[in-house]
Design a protein around this ligand. Structure first.
Ligand SMILES: [Fe+2]
Length: 342
């Protein structure tokens, strides 16, 4: 573990040397003296640079190693029963609503099982697989293609990140590179697939929305995407999507019964770790990491959401999460509804 007070002391000492040099200039000291001070400062900065560079290399190795270890740790943990809610009747009782509120706010994730979604999920899966088969010619080359009905952003050239792609009138099909390489992200998929539009409408107007609204009253539904993962064997490590509350509803459209299929993973309670979240956004310069990527999650708090097609995961995206890397030959389809603060 690094010693922050020692690092602080070293940087404070460097700052003092700069202050002294400035004062010497103000006093009108001879330029030879000033030059000597600056040369000494340069040497000290070089030493610090070397030290930082060593820390960066050590940290990068440790992070990669730790990421591998926690992928094994996740497999050891069961999904706690209290996270699972059965939703089958036409109405939700007060007790369930209160429990859902409590669990979503304290743990950051709930799983809803409901037979009401079986048909629409099966229809959505079929529509999407058919589309993926028929559109292979557009998706394979990883180029920018615009058709009458959609845009394929195979080169990741649409500016503005997630918001930029979601704001386009035509649905954007983004093929991820870098982290999650090969994952197909269908923005506003409800504009292509009738069954996805129906699923979105069911979530927005039904009991799922009522449960969420009781727990997070200030959130509103945004765009719905579909993630298509086939053989996505490298995925971004644990990270936070935002520093402020953002929720996502994930609906598995295919069974995710084992880790090979690439379940959604979450660190329970991590959305309340404000210091850890802030640090993950501040510490970005000294290592190959994106803002929000986190170095540390508590292994005993990690779960992999193994569940069936039609199961619904409500997740705090300001908590630490990742997709489990798939093994080759596996496919996972998942509808993703984002909810942002009003
Ligand atoms: Fe994320």
């Amino acid at each position: 573990m690094t010693n922050p007070s020692k690092t602080d002391a070293e940087f404070d000492s460097l700052k003092k040397a700069v202050r002294n040099a400035k004062q010497a200039i103000k006093r009108g000291e001879v330029s030879e003296n000033i030059l000597k001070r600056l040369e000494q400062l340069e040497l000290r900065l070089d030493t610090q640079k070397k030290k930082m560079s060593a820390y960066i290399q050590i940290s990068s190795k440790l992070k990669n190693y730790y990421d591998k270890l926690i992928l094994e740790e996740i497999k050891k943990n069961e999904i706690p029963e209290k996270l699972i809610f059965e939703l089958n009747g036409p109405a939700i009782d007060q007790h369930m609503s209160e429990q859902f509120n409590d669990i979503l706010n304290s743990e950051g994730l709930c799983i809803i099982k409901s037979k009401q979604f079986s048909t629409v999920v099966e229809d959505a899966k079929n529509e999407i697989f058919q589309f993926l088969n028929e559109s292979e010619q557009y998706l394979k080359p990883r180029e920018y293609v615009e058709t009458d009905n959609f845009i394929v952003d195979g080169e990741n050239s649409i500016a503005g990140g997630h918001t930029g792609k979601a704001a386009r009138e035509k649905p954007v099909i983004n093929i991820r590179n870098g982290n999650d390489d090969g994952m197909v992200d269908l923005f506003n998929a409800d504009r292509i697939f009738p069954a996805v539009a129906k699923l979105k409408q069911m979530l927005e107007t039904g009991n799922v929305s009522k449960l969420i609204n009781a727990a997070f009253p200030t959130m509103e539904f945004g765009n719905m995407n579909v993630y298509c993962n086939s053989d996505v064997t490298e995925t971004r490590g644990f990270h936070y999507d935002a520093r402020k509350p953002v929720l996502k509803i994930f609906v598995y459209l295919t069974d995710v019964h084992d880790f090979d299929a690439g379940p959604y993973c979450f660190a329970l309670g991590s959305h309340t770790q404000t210091q850890e979240i802030d640090q993950s956004y501040i510490a970005t310069d000294f290592i190959d990491k994106r803002p929000g990527d986190t170095f540390y999650v508590q292994p005993q708090k990690l779960i992999g959401c193994l569940a069936s097609a039609g199961d619904i995961i409500v997740s705090c995206q300001h908590g630490a999460h990742r997709g489990y890397p798939q093994t080759n030959g596996n496919h996972r389809l998942m509808a993703v509804q984002i909810l942002r603060p009003t």
